[in-house]
Each structure stands twice: as C-alpha cells, then as structure tokens.
Ligand binder design. Sequence first.
Ligand code: GDP
Length: 311
Amino acid sequence: MKLVALAGGVGGAKLVHGLAKILPAEALTIVVNTGDDFEHLGLYICPDLDTVCYTLAGLANPVTGWGRVDESWQAIESMAQLGGPSWFRLGDKDLGTHLERTRRLRAGEPLSKITRDFCHAWGIRHTVLPMSDDPIATIVETVEHGELPFQEYFVHLRCEPTVRGFQFAGVEKARPAPGVPEAIEAADAVVFCPSNPWVSIDPILAVAGLKSGSGAATPVVAVSPIIGGKAVKGPAAKMYTELGIQPSALAVAEHYQNLLTGFVLDQIDADLEESIQNLNLQTMVTDTIMKTLADRRRLAEDVLNFITNLN
Ligand code: GDP
C-alpha cells in the first residue's frame, strides 16, 4: 500500500512515526504544513517540518513536544542577557538546523531539496515533503489584535487572542512542492493526521489540494485531533469555540466531510459514531491517544487496517 499522510507538528508527527515503523520507505510520503514557517533572528524556521523530522529521526524532545532531545540553551540565554528577544525558544542544536537551512535557502536552494538532504543526514528513510517551496504564511484574524502572523499568535501571545478566521497569504501564487502531486496521484490512500484542522491540515489542502474527484477515487481517512470535545494539546478546540462551532470529533468530520471516505474517532467519543456515519462516512472507533511509541504504532496499525477494510 502506498500512503500519503498530511501532517502538522505534534499530533501529526506522532502518527507518522507510528506509520513509519510499519510501512517500508517507498510506501509512505509525508506532506508537512509550512504555513507556520517564519523568519526570526534572521533565520528561516519550519516548526512543523522540524517536529516531524526530529520525531522520525528519534531526535525529538519528549518533554517539550518540540525541539531536540538533550538540548542546551546557551545561545538564546546569552542573547536574552543582552536584551535580545527570547520569546521563541531555540535550543543550541536546533539552531544548527536553522542556520544551515537558512544558508542554503539564501543560496537559492528549494526547501524540498534541503529537507531531503537533512532527512538523509538524520537517517530518515521515508519521504518528507514540505507542502510547498513557495512561501505561504498562516495569518490568524483576531478580535483583539486584527491580523497576526501565526507564531505571534501561537507562541508570543500564547493563543490568547480570540480567533475570527484564517488566511493563507501567498497561497494563490504558491505551487505544491515537487513530488507532492505525484505522491497524491500514486497513493492508494491519503491520511489526514490528528493535526489542527484549521492551521495544519487546511493550509496543506489549500496548496496541495486533493483535486476534485481524487477524494472519490482514492480513499481519504482523517484521525480526529479532538477527543472528548478537547484538543490533546494546542488551540484547536478553542478555535472551534471562538468560530462558533462546538468542538467535537463530529465537528472535525463535518469540517473535512466532502473530502473524506472514512473517519477515526476516539473511544471516548463512541456516542458520536452514528452522527458521523450519517455524514456518509465509514468510521472506526479506537484509542487514539498516543502517549508512548507503542501507542503510535498501534494507532497506525488500526488506521492501516481501517483503510484496508474500507468498502
Ligand atoms: P502543531 O502544528 O504542533 O500544533 O501540531 P498538529 O497540528 O499536528 O497537532 C496539534 C493537534 O494534535 C491538536 O489538535 C491535538 O489535539 C492533536 N493531538 C496531539 N496529540 C494527539 C494524540 O495523541 N492523539 C490525537 N488523536 N490527537 C492528538
């Protein structure tokens, strides 16, 4: 089976880690959100790409959920001592990634090629692609501050402002990265990882689209990031509420409805299964919380079995 997985950072990285433990290299392509990317301290930072790559390479920091394991913070601390901005925490090892990526981008290399080389250096065998080599910036429209660049909203203001909507600046001109349309075309199935629908999966869909009809020809399955009406981590549920939608697995299924064949929801939400089936979706109820590597693998196995058994 050839699979394409669409992923943001934390939730997406956990499921693709499980999938990568089961599927051979040629059977899994991971398309990662770059709408959160931004320039900071003169460096080009790709939070979701790095979270996915560090996770697949076994280099991720299990405590923070972002950045690298066994990290030190000397550069950012010495900068803070000089009065420099330290709101976006960058560890010393992590800084090496951003320095080298920025150097190569400035030399004119595309992000997809740099990512391929980094994956090779980190021993990642599965294909990881940024959604686009062109800049696309997720803008959060807020009640209190108007339009905010994503990291300003997410990290600097700790997701506190009230969300009104989202824009993906640059998406009209952007093209999907080389390999993305080809992988989707060749896929036997597409999986939307349990990532934030608004700011992780929607930007990928906006640029890489599942062209009309591909949803019908190729099974598309989403795993709910909302469990028991709450996000495991991050602002997804808060965003639903502020946009006037009650956060739930059903709301996620409705969000993606026209693109989906199947939907995976947590056992806590089993009472929503029938309503989701009424959206004309096939469903699987399972334990979707991934705390350990074994959880990631088990959920990935469940998702693969679900896909194999779709009608
Ligand atoms: P971000 O870009 O770092 O915010 O990462 P994602 O968009 O990939 O992940 C955020 C979403 O992942 C949140 O909505 C979480 O609820 C969801 N999430 C995180 N861990 C898990 C998990 O173990 N299981 C499920 N089902 N969802 C999760």
